[in-house]
Design a protein around this ligand. Structure first.
Ligand SMILES: NC(=O)c1ccc[n+]([C@@H]2O[C@H](COP(=O)([O-])OP(=O)(O)OC[C@H]3O[C@@H](n4cnc5c(N)ncnc54)[C@H](OP(=O)(O)O)[C@@H]3O)[C@@H](O)[C@H]2O)c1
Length: 298
């Protein structure tokens, strides 16, 4: 397929772009810099210059492809407004085309809010953290647009060999500082390695008959305190961790920082049964990230 990806240089998008190319899809990726151009070419994609903040410049090009993957976000205070403009531009452009592009939009586990002992499925009610509440409406707009064959993928918290969501533990551990507990040690995080996530994007992309919401997760809920301990051991960091409240986190990092304090579990049973996807990495301690951490101890 000819695929246009937004966010092809990001934490998620890098792996998705590489997996698309590995599957011999022809990939064009939105790029806003020479650095991004180079990274995308190394992954096997063709960069196309454009900015999320100016979607009129590239929306028609995007919908001219067989499929679009949207895995970009500005993570600025106005990210919801920027995304809403992107969604409007893509829907407007799709109404001018004769074909029906496949579209995968990225949501996320934080749209389900705190689940506690319940496990979020696609039938669960959305209860998004305020910083990402706009995503629910934007996802609904794509699903309601008949000019697209749309599906929404909700990734769990994403880690990879360079860290990803584990960065907040790795950085202080590496720098011999006390590690930070965000909220509570008992908080559960749904996890996914980005290589498994990339296979989920591609599998769903290649099934345009499948519409609606799909969660993607390989470990339904892992205690944040256990992850922190595993990383502390890898760095021989024996300092007493500091606990940060949700208020501390929001004032320090912004409204999105409520996300990691949510006690969540999430299931990918629907994705597994409808696409046949299964994760290859089902224990974060047996991933390439922990291989790297072990190697640095040798
Ligand atoms: N990471 C997770 O754990 C996770 C979990 C669930 C859902 N999500 C969602 O997945 C999406 C992607 O997350 P991520 O972690 O992959 O983000 P990320 O690593 O920060 O990547 C963001 C991507 O968006 C691009 N971008 C940012 N501003 C842009 C602009 N003005 N114009 C063009 N491109 C722009 C970046 O390009 P540059 O290279 O040019 O900066 C990059 O490719 C987000 O919506 C996020 O909420 C993430």
């Amino acid at each position: 397929m000819r695929v246009f990806i937004l966010g092809g240089t990001g934490s998620i998008g890098t792996a998705v772009t590489a997996e698309l190319c590995r599957r011999s899809h022809e990939v064009t990726a939105l790029s806003r810099s020479g650095v991004a151009d180079d990274k995308l070419r190394r992954l096997g994609a063709d960069p196309s210059r454009g900015d999320l903040r100016a979607p009129a410049g590239w929306a028609a090009e995007a919908v001219g492809h067989d499929a679009i993957i949207h895995a970009a976000a500005t993570f600025s205070d106005d990210m919801g407004g920027v995304d809403t403009q992107v969604v409007s531009a893509l829907i407007g452009a799709a109404k001018q085309t004769r074909h029906k592009p496949r579209l995968i939009y990225t949501g996320g586990c934080w749209l389900y809010g705190e689940t506690g002992d319940a496990v979020a499925t696609e039938d669960s009610r959305f209860n998004p953290i305020p910083a990402f509440s706009w995503m629910v409406g934007n996802a609904a707009r794509f699903l309601a647009t008949p000019e697209f064959s749309a599906a929404i993928l909700h990734p769990a918290m994403v880690y990879h060999a360079d860290g990803g969501v584990f960065d907040r533990f790795i950085e202080p551990a590496r720098e011999c500082r006390p590690m930070e507990i965000w909220g509570d040690r008992q908080t559960r995080w749904p996890l996914i390695h980005r290589s498994d996530l990339a296979r989920a994007y591609c599998g769903l992309l290649e099934r345009p008959d499948l519409a609606g919401h799909f969660n993607v997760v390989s470990e339904e809920g892992v205690r944040a305190g256990d992850i922190m301990d595993a990383i502390a051991r890898a760095f021989d960091n024996t300092l007493t961790p500091v606990t940060l409240s949700a208020n501390d986190l929001v004032s320090r990092h912004g409204a999105w920082a409520i996300g990691p304090t949510l006690d969540q579990q999430m299931s990918a049973a629907k994705l597994r049964s409808e696409t046949g996807w299964t994760p290859e990495i089902t224990d974060y301690r047996r991933s390439d990230l922990f291989d790297e951490l072990r190697q640095r101890q040798v």
